[in-house]
Write a protein that binds this ligand. Structure first.
Ligand code: HOZ
Length: 439
């Protein structure tokens, strides 16, 4: 039994046993690092099923879920319409490796919602989307260097695992072993929200920079909104230097609005990366942009990228059904109202208990940073207290609320969260903050 298992009396006996078994066969017992709970100490609860906004574990405990599979489950888990679409699709064969009309249908729905996308290529994950978009930007500009921001996470492709957020930040390995230094040298990392740093990078190396890739609202160091003017400055500077602006909207696409963060902030990028929601919870990603750029992707152009499971019929149909559900009148307004209810409640409760906490939220994405100051970039995120977050996390879990098991990840609301669920969450938070006072 590993140390972390011994240190965690708080999960049920079945979760403990099953996770212990998993550690014998999977690195750290998981297939993605953050879900191992190491950042908060202890071992994870093992999930058996999910419905609506609830997760059910193998010990018959249930939780109000604020992860939502890290974003995709915007209409809630196991929505009947999405489940039916997947079942219907599966009954007709799960993969063909040949074109289907479903791909065109989902492409049309995405292009109608996001006008900066004229042509789109579906892939299997957000990582594939950003990796391919970077290759396209390099191919289109014939330049090699790229700019990313410290604490932004764009998946685990080599060029992007440099000063990365999410699990890389959580576990203190923002520059992963195994990334060749010759490749990492081509990635310039700048502080998020710092326009001067971007200007000076372009002044010194503008002719070599293929693109700037950015999370328009960061979700991967916790939620960090762009300062007013930051995204507009990126647009202006990249255009002036012939570099492409890539918005990584894997989290924000179809979440912050139907048109994503780019619609919310009124900035049109050259390329957009999507994932999560557009697959309705099945593995999917996509990158898209103007015809003149996307025509450089094979088979039309010389930038190669392919995939046996790309455009998979199950993922397409789950995505189509999910996007249809997002058309329901008032859905984004409801998400905003519930986000406000959660944010206001958390702020009031923390203040009442004298706990220094910054609740940072954009729409249905939010993070409670245990910090004296607002978080605006990687440096200020690092000032948040992960130990206090861990204590809060466990206090909430014990009270039936499942938050991200890291200070540096976003929490997500869905349309399936009822006002009463937020109230229950706030009751749990009241006790959790009170417990923190003595922590
Ligand atoms: N890195 C993902 C969130 N930013 C976590 C993925 C997962 O563990 O499922």
């Amino acid at each position: 039994m590993t140390d972390s298992l011994l240190r965690s009396p708080r999960t049920g006996p079945h979760s403990k046993r099953l996770f212990e078994e998993a550690t014998r066969l999977l690195p750290g017992g998981v297939n993605s690092p953050v879900r191992a709970f190491r950042a908060v100490g202890g071992n994870p609860v093992m999930i058996e099923r999910a419905q609506g906004c609830r997760l059910y574990d193998v010990d018959e405990r249930n939780y109000i879920d604020y992860i939502g599979s890290w974003g995709p489950m915007i209409v809630g888990h196991a929505h009947p319409a999405v489940v039916k679409a997947i079942q219907d699709a599966a009954a007709q064969g799960v993969s063909y490796g040949a074109p289907t009309a479903w791909e065109t249908m989902l492409a049309r729905m995405v292009a109608e919602a996001i006008p900066s996308i004229e042509l789109i290529r579906f892939v299997n994950s957000g990582t594939e989307a950003t990796m391919s978009a970077i290759r396209l930007a390099r191919g289109a500009t014939r330049r090699d260097r790229i700019v990313k921001f410290e604490g932004c996470y764009h998946g685990h492709a080599d060029s992007l695992l440099v000063k990365a957020g999410s699990g890389a930040m959580t576990f203190g390995v923002p520059d992963s072993l195994g990334v060749p230094s010759d490749l990492a040298r081509l990635t310039m990392t700048l502080p998020y929200n710092n326009v001067d740093a971007v200007r000076s990078a372009f002044e010194s190396a503008g002719k070599e920079i293929a693109c700037v890739i950015v999370e328009p609202v960061v979700g991967n160091m916790g939620v960090v909104p762009p300062k007013p003017g930051f995204l507009a400055a990126l647009r202006e500077i990249t255009a002036a230097h012939g570099a492409l602006l890539i918005f990584d909207e894997v989290m924000t696409g179809f979440r912050l609005s139907k048109g994503g963060a780019q619609a919310l902030y009124g900035i049109q990028p050259d390329l957009t990366c999507l994932g999560k929601i557009i697959g309705g919870g099945l593995p999917v990603g996509a990158y898209g942009g103007p015809r003149r750029v996307m025509e450089q992707v094979a088979p039309l152009g010389g930038v190669y990228q392919a995939g046996t499971l790309s455009g998979n019929p199950l993922a397409m149909r789950a995505g189509i059904e999910t996007l249809r559900l997002l058309d329901e009148p008032g859905l984004y307004e409801r998400l905003e109202a519930k986000g406000t209810q959660l944010e206001t409640g958390l702020r009031e409760l923390a203040a009442r208990e004298g706990v220094a906490m910054q609740c940072q939220r954009v729409g249905s994405m939010c993070t409670a940073f245990f910090s004296e100051q607002p978080v605006v970039d990687y440096q200020t995120a690092r000032r948040a207290d992960p130990d206090r977050y861990a204590a809060f996390f466990w206090a909430m879990l014990e009270r039936g609320v499942y938050l991200p098991p890291s200070q540096f990840e976003a929490a997500f609301l869905s349309d399936a969260h009822a006002v009463a669920d937020i109230e229950t969450t706030l009751l749990a938070a009241r006790d959790a903050f009170a417990a923190l006072r003595y922590h």
